[in-house]
Design a protein around this ligand. Sequence first.
Ligand code: FES
Ligand SMILES: [Fe+2]
Length: 389
Amino acid sequence: MLSREDNELMTCIGPGTPAGALLRRYWQPIAAATELTDEKPIMTLRILGEDLVLYKGTDGSYGLVAEQCAHRFASLSYGRVEGNCIRCPYHGWKYDAEGHCVEMPAEPNVTAFADKVVQTAYPVRHLGGMLFAYMGPAPAPALPKWDVLAWRHGRRWIRKFAVLNCNWLQCMENSVDPSHLYWLHGSSAHLAKVMDHYDEQHDFITFDYGIMKRRTTAAAKPGGRPMIDQHPLLFPNILRHVATAKGSRARRHNLQCRIPVDDTHTQIYIVNFQPDSAVVTAPDAEVPMEHFNFRDDTGRFRMDQVPAQDAMAWETQGAVMDRTRERLGAADRGIVTYRRLLKQQIELVQAGGTPLGVVAAEAEKPIIELEVINERIGLERPEKVRGAA
Ligand code: FES
Ligand SMILES: [Fe+2]
């Protein structure tokens, strides 16, 4: 149970909020690179409660600026791109990707005036088929090269989900809530086939990039050794997971990114990577994207699909779950661990500190391999994928 104040502290993410300030210290995945094309180089986005326009310049660079023009607030989403700039459709003011106004066609004294105009703008980077934005104070930190984004030998693709009508924290609490697996995913999760009763132990270990969640379950066969399933919550809003593809033994590593749109909506992208020594996908390559709807034609959640099962649980908790009335039990220890870490990191940022996992750009690692284990699908230790970047 949380106090009303703490619930607000952890869920409100707009500009000027404490949790918003924390989330803005991390590069946020905002779109798949393939969502912008030469024919459609501009898209609108709402991220962390801010209305923004993402564009791909005619020179191939990316820009992310406030949607409303600084002059008289027309939407830049109807503008046009020129080089690395975007030009407003109303009076033609032109902005570069850093938010400088570089042209004011109807103004006689541009030099004096343009310096006074600031269009909010954020840096954008491309990695593993996703575009990442940094919306925090300068300087931007290192963009973490998670293994799923940076591995080369295999196939990578992205799945974009329908926007969830709930707060981001509900999705993240689920990532440290392993006891839901039997019940919510009982008909489709691999464990349901081999387990006839609930028997598992959970550990939540805080490490350099978040919380490592370890589930130890009974042996697959009598007399066998207990099985470990371990994967991390990458603080603050990503889950790194691995599973087998349906009807196959091929492993799919994935990065589940839960991006707060605003306080009551969340956009999820999952980046998948299936190792395959015969295929090369460069970390800077654009990759295919598919869409996924949580609901069927009648508006009900598609309860035969794992992502829709989770979405059902998250949305039905309420737009922003009222945690003052919940009843946490012993099995909810992971949720308590995550909330403690979240509150501590919010306070750390308020006090001027650098939050967990954020490192200076100069300290950027070529790749971050995560200790993912899933013995039930034969992944006994981190998979060595040859030729990693
Ligand atoms: S509103 Fe954009 S140039 Fe006038
Ligand atoms: Fe789940």
